[in-house]
Design a protein around this ligand. Structure first.
Ligand code: SAH
Length: 239
């Protein structure tokens, strides 16, 4: 009897993984490629990384839909399209040292680990950092390091970086992040109010910084010394 159940259970699981892989392929085609994501390396990374491993168990069947999902602690895993745009803007070729602020679920970190040489990712909520680290390890990534701390100050120990990505909203681009960019390094960051931000890419040329705006977006707040002071929405805007 138990053998039969085991067989059925296994059969179901293999079937589910196949279905999820199909959903992932559809996500890449319809939500990413047809909406303008062009970098083939980026598309390939999205095809490979199992996003359903980074969401809560009750959300597995929503993992490849076109919206953000809660990951607990008031935080979210971003919409796949937004993760893809931000990743594409980093222009990774495979040799870079990358810093991510806001590990969250670890999904963006996995995508970065596929595309760059080394990934450093900081998260302020220890439970999320540890969970993300465990999933990334289980998936076999070895070129990453998750650190618990306030990423609004960057991570000077391993600076400078070819690319820095901030996956939480900042009132302004933190000076320390600009300083930790290599020459020609790129910082991708949502900047604005608590309720609406612009997605910015800031590229360093010596001591000059070129800023490009890629339009409106909405992220959870960057909480820390060079971010917002608290999670409360009542906090004064533009501080
Ligand atoms: N990149 C994540 C998205 C996470 S949402 C993913 O792929 O799932 C943003 C995350 O930033 C949250 O987990 C939040 O706790 C974290 N965060 C906010 N302020 C931070 C700070 N100052 N330093 C590090 N992490 C921060």
């Amino acid at each position: 009897m138990s053998g039969l159940f085991l067989f059925r259970d296994n059969g179901k699981r293999v079937g589910s993984e196949k279905q999820l892989a199909q959903m992932r392929a559809n996500m890449v085609e319809y939500q990413l490629r047809r909406r303008g994501i062009k970098d083939e390396r980026v598309l390939k990374a999205f095809l490979k990384v199992p996003r359903h491993k980074f969401v809560r168990s009750q959300d597995i069947w929503h993992a490849y839909e076109d919206y953000p999902l809660s990951i607990g602690y008031g935080q979210t895993i971003s919409q796949p399209y937004m993760v893809a745009i931000m990743t594409e803007l980093l222009e990774l070729k495979g040799e870079e040292r990358v810093l991510e602020i806001g590990t969250g679920s670890g999904y963006q970190a996995a995508i970065l680990a596929e595309l760059a040489k080394e990934v450093f990712s900081i998260e302020r909520i220890p439970e999320l950092a540890h969970k993300a680290e465990k999933i990334l390890q289980e998936l076999g990534y070895t070129n990453f390091k998750v650190i618990v701390g306030d990423g609004s100050k960057g991570l000077p120990e391993y600076a400078p970086y070819d690319a820095i990505i901030v996956t939480a909203a900042a009132p302004r681009p933190p000076q320390s992040l600009l300083e930790q960019l290599k020459d020609k390094g790129r910082l991708v960051i949502p900047v604005g109010s608590r309720k609406l931000q612009d997605l910015l890419r800031i590229t360093r040329f010596g001591n000059e910084f070129k800023m490009e705006n890629f339009g409106p977006c909405l992220f959870v707040p960057l909480i820390g010394e060079a971010g917002w002071k608290s999670e409360s929405f009542e906090e004064a805007e533009g501080q």
